[in-house]
Write a protein that binds this ligand. Structure first.
Ligand SMILES: C[S@@+](CC[C@H](N)C(=O)[O-])C[C@H]1O[C@@H](n2cnc3c(N)ncnc32)[C@H](O)[C@@H]1O
Length: 202
């Protein structure tokens, strides 16, 4: 109920699941991060006015709308599934109508997350299990390259962290696990956030 109500409050439609049709073994299905999880995450993880978020595999855009609605910061979502991407665009129109604003700083890009060129103003990178670990590794390499070229502290937020993702970050990068946040009353033990940080000085 909370899910539908929150969608209603934002004027968007993000509930439900969409599987990839045919052979797409490396790409995960669409399913949104639960609103209760996002509430808990941002109770603990503090957003600054200067923060900018990329949601890799943004689906219908729930995370972007939620963050913009609460913190008014720019969010970019990348999505590879064409129909799902179109739904994110439609949601943006609905959201703008609902809040009575235009030109809000939410952007959705259609395409492969691994090809997305990172804007150096962005410092928070969000993943809800969008794809296979070899693609995650490519994306993290892109983040590391961006940080090398434009020194800044960056965070990676994983929802439903998979051991393959966490092992890679722990063994192959200098990202440090700084926070673990559980979704209250979640039946699935995987419903939690792991937050990793690569500090400017590291
Ligand atoms: C589990 S959903 C997460 C949706 C959203 N981030 C959220 O938390 O509400 C993962 C999304 O990643 C998309 N995806 C899968 N592979 C991708 C890729 N290589 N590039 C961009 N998006 C991808 C899927 O189509 C799906 O919509």
């Amino acid at each position: 109920m909370y899910e539908r109500n929150y969608d209603g409050k934002l004027g968007i439609r993000t509930a439900g699941i969409r599987e990839w049709k045919g052979l797409a073994p490396h790409y995960s299905r669409y399913e949104a991060t639960p609103y209760e999880g996002l509430d808990k995450l941002f109770e603990i993880y503090k957003i600054e006015d200067t923060d900018r978020v990329v949601d890799y595999g943004c689906g219908r855009g729930r995370v972007a709308f939620y963050i913009h609605n609460r913190f008014k910061i720019p969010v970019t979502g990348i999505e590879l599934h064409e129909v799902t991407y179109d739904e994110a665009i439609t949601n943006k129109m609905r959201y703008e109508k609902k809040i009575g604003e235009t030109d809000i700083p939410i952007r959705f890009e259609f395409g492969y997350a691994q090809d997305y060129e990172i804007d150096p103003k962005y410092n928070i990178f969000y993943f809800f299990n969008p794809f296979a670990v070899h693609i995650f590794e490519e994306v993290v390499e892109n983040i590391l390259r961006s940080v090398k070229e434009h020194k800044r502290t960056v965070d990676i937020i994983l929802f439903y962290p998979l051991p393959k993702y966490t092992r890679f970050l722990r063994r192959k990068t200098d990202f440090k696990l700084i926070e673990k946040i559980k979704v209250p009353k979640a039946e699935d033990r995987g419903d939690k956030f792991f937050i990793y940080r690569l500090s400017k000085g590291d």
